[in-house]
Design a protein. Structure first.
Length: 417
């Protein structure tokens, strides 16, 4: 009897427009794996695994080696969870303690994969593969997988209400986009002016890579340009001491910012900074070191959570933080790690389903000189119908020039221990 599924792993290399500095790493290209799952009827699911050097600890070669070696196990598990992915597998509205079919499948799938200790970017890619496969099943069955409106309303904070929709039938037509500003001051001002012209209302600036006085000068110049037309998010990437953060905020007390993201070298001092200055802080790197049930004081002082699913470990842990933010009246923002257009499209559709009015940090796609999907239309909002169509129609064979042979050179142990 033929197997129900086939699973192929493809490695891509995408050139960057400019050299990307991530910590000590200088990147001139972006590398990753595309997972392509197909059943006997030709229905496919796709996932992307793209650990970012300087951010993720895992290596791409090690992940490929692990998945290739464990492919028989993965295929067997996929057959086990297939019924949970079937769009006819509904959670009854009365079953308040049950979760939606896609998440039930992911929960079961990852429970069986626990002995492999897969790293976060790999778990994210597998979740994306499962969710896009279910979305294709729904298209094939011509049955949208959204729960009834009454169910979604009464279970506002349940996973069933938040994650059971069909990715390829967007609930909302658009998603606001946060634009990342990069380069010297004159380039920043031009990028900001262009963004305003296209309707962008949320911008993010990386600081902490130059002298504090220069960062202050850049923020003041952007504030003068933006006025009240757009908000500014500031990300020092844990570059500053407590004293430097105080000086920065004191110098810019008349320049409102939406939030200051992970400013301190010692993140344990964030509560003190908030108490002394009243600044709104956002947590990013800290989230992968914390748990939603933690009583860490950083969670008490944070106003915003910046969610990077490939760092947090996929859909389930990200969803836990989404639920925490809802229950604790915090803001959550989806962000990315320079994935290809494939992974970014998935993140856009997911973000729009749970945070439709929150500007998502998915603008990193501009850094790519070549991509696996057609470019997004420029502007302050992403067209979700177009994004869903391109993701649903993705064909890995259309990009032979961006694919490279997969030749793993790192052992399974080095990835998973």
């Amino acid at each position: 009897m033929a197997e129900l599924f086939s699973l192929d792993l493809h490695r891509y290399v995408l050139p960057l427009r400019e050299t990307l500095q991530i910590g000590p790493h200088r990147l001139q290209q972006r590398e990753g794996l595309v997972l392509v799952l197909r059943d006997r009827d030709g229905t496919q699911g796709v996932g992307e695994i793209a650990p970012l050097p300087g951010l993720h600890e895992e290596s791409l070669d090690a992940i490929y080696s692990t998945l290739q070696r464990q492919k028989p196990m993965l295929l067997a598990l996929l057959e086990v969870v297939y019924e949970l992915l079937d769009p006819r597998c509904w959670v009854p509205p009365s079953a308040r303690k049950l979760i939606a079919p896609p998440l039930r499948a992911m929960t079961s799938f990852h429970h069986h994969l626990e002995p492999l200790h897969l790293p976060p970017s790999a778990r994210f890619g597998l979740d994306m593969m499962l969710w896009t496969y279910r979305a294709h099943l729904c298209l094939r069955a011509k049955q949208p997988s959204r729960p009834p409106k009454t169910h979604a309303t009464t279970e506002k904070n349940s996973r069933t209400a938040r994650v059971s929709h069909d990715l390829y039938t967007p609930i909302h037509p658009t998603l606001p986009l946060q634009v990342l500003l990069m380069g010297p001051l004159d380039a920043l001002q031009k990028q900001a002016a262009d963004a305003l012209h296209t309707g962008v209302r949320h911008l993010k600036l990386k600081v902490g890579r130059t002298e504090l006085a220069e960062d202050i000068k850049r923020v003041r110049a952007l504030h003068d340009l933006l006025g009240k037309q757009a908000t500014l998010r500031i990300d020092p990437n844990r570059a500053w001491t407590l004293d430097q953060a105080r000086r920065f905020l004191d110098a810019l007390h008349s320049c409102p910012i939406e939030y200051l993201e992970e400013p301190l070298q010692n993140p344990l001092l964030l509560p003190q900074l908030v108490q002394e200055t009243g600044v709104s802080v956002a947590l990013d790197e800290s989230l992968s070191q914390l748990h939603p049930k933690s009583d860490d004081p950083r969670l008490a002082c944070a106003k915003t959570l910046v969610l990077k699913p490939s760092v947090l470990g996929g859909v389930l842990p990200t969803d836990d933080w989404l639920l925490w933010s809802q229950m604790n009246q915090r803001t959550a923002v989806f962000s990315s790690t320079f994935e290809s257009g494939l992974g970014l499209s998935f993140l856009a559709l997911w973000a729009a389903s749970v945070l439709p009015h929150r500007a998502a940090g998915l603008d990193t796609r501009r850094a790519l000189a070549a991509d696996l999907l057609p470019p997004w239309s420029q502007g302050g909002h992403l067209n979700l119908s177009s994004i869903a169509n391109h993701l649903a129609c993705f064909d890995i064979t259309s990009h032979p020039n961006l694919l490279v042979p997969t030749e793993p050179s790192v052992s399974f142990a080095s990835c998973c221990e």
